[in-house]
Write a protein that binds this ligand. Structure first.
Ligand SMILES: Cc1ncc(C[n+]2csc(CCOP(=O)(O)OP(=O)(O)O)c2C)c(N)n1
Ligand SMILES: [Mg+2]
Length: 301
């Protein structure tokens, strides 16, 4: 496997700490716009993105911080972006949901970026680049018609695209049972797209399955899907959570990806790793906080 146990833990811990800090700073008014924490879902981003190559393209959504950090994005640039600062990933103009760095793109419009992923997969196929597009969507985004138009064209034209559905069982406050008829796997299979479903928060279970599915996309050029059943431990955004608090607590006890994978590590490895990441996060937010706002049409803000 391409990443060691401690590397996998480090990336998941980095995401966790970033999100905790972002939520803490939000309440102080330093962050602008909105934010959707990835806490609880870390194993998905790490398990999938660890298998991608630099020429592959990652397409993300409103809950994009974890995907961006797993992709190798700088926490300091992300923190600055959340604060609308000039040192942000896109100069402070994208905020939490609209990021572009290297081959990473995110968009806050549910499903809006899915056809772009197919377009880039088509371009890769035409040019013979061999790269794939990986697009992350949530369960609630399966309510968007454009997702099905994309599945259709991806299957019809045999495009190298990986659909990753992170089913955290809620779209904001709507439980998946109230929004989705039939099955998620069945939606892909209806278009002839192979779909693999996992029920785990263990990065070591996601990693090899993602490796196999991605390998198949590379060797066949055909689309595929991974459905990851997962849980978010925080509110949808900052304070909007109608779920029973005890139920969320129980989910966290059972499905915390950091607890699950952390048990495999020696304290002698884990503690310095956490200390290094804690420092990195502190520095990221400190520098973001002291950075300048972007200029307006070339004039100082
Ligand atoms: C087209 C569109 N409609 C509504 C919204 C507002 N909105 C943002 S996230 C969200 C729920 C998304 O649920 P899901 O796809 O399950 O992702 P999750 O938030 O659970 O990660 C909604 C309704 C939006 N961003 N775009
Ligand atoms: Mg959801």
């Amino acid at each position: 496997m391409m990443s060691s146990h401690i590397e996998l833990y480090r990336t998941m811990y980095l995401i966790r700490r970033f999100e905790e800090q972002a939520l803490a700073e939000f309440s102080t008014g330093k962050l602008v716009g909105t934010t959707h924490a990835y806490i609880g879902q870390e194993a998905n981003a790490v398990g999938v993105i660890s298998n991608l190559k630099s020429e592959d393209v990652v397409w993300s959504n409103h809950r994009c911080h974890g995907h961006f950090l797993a992709y190798g994005g700088e926490p300091a640039a992300l923190a600055a972006e959340l604060m609308g600062k000039s040192t942000g990933i896109v100069g402070g103009r994208g905020g939490s949901q609209h990021i572009h760095w290297k081959n990473f793109f995110s968009n806050g419009i549910q499903g809006g970026i899915v056809p772009n992923a197919a377009g880039m997969a088509l371009s890769s196929k035409i040019d013979g680049r061999g790269s794939i597009s990986a697009v992350f969507i949530g369960d609630g985004t399966l309510g968007q018609g454009v997702v099905y138009e994309t599945m259709n064209i991806a299957a019809l034209w045999q495009l190298p695209i990986l659909f990753v559905v992170e089913n955290n069982h809620f779209a904001q406050t709507t439980p998946v049972e109230m929004a989705i008829a039939g099955s998620i796997v069945g939606r892909f299979e209806g278009f002839g797209i192979n779909a693999t479903e996992l029920f785990t928060s263990d990065v070591l279970e996601i990693l090899p399955v993602a490796e196999q599915v991605i390998g198949k996309i590379r060797s066949t050029g055909c689309p595929a899907a991974i459905i990851l059943n997962t849980h978010r431990f925080m509110a949808h955004s900052k304070g909007d959570d109608t779920r029973d608090k005890e139920m969320v607590k129980k989910l966290r006890q059972k499905y915390d990806p950091l607890q699950i994978h952390g048990l495999r590590l020696d304290t002698a490895d884990k503690e310095p790793c956490e200390a290094e990441v804690n420092q990195l996060i502190d520095a990221a937010f400190f520098h973001a906080n002291s950075a300048d706002l972007p200029s307006l049409n070339g004039r100082p803000a």
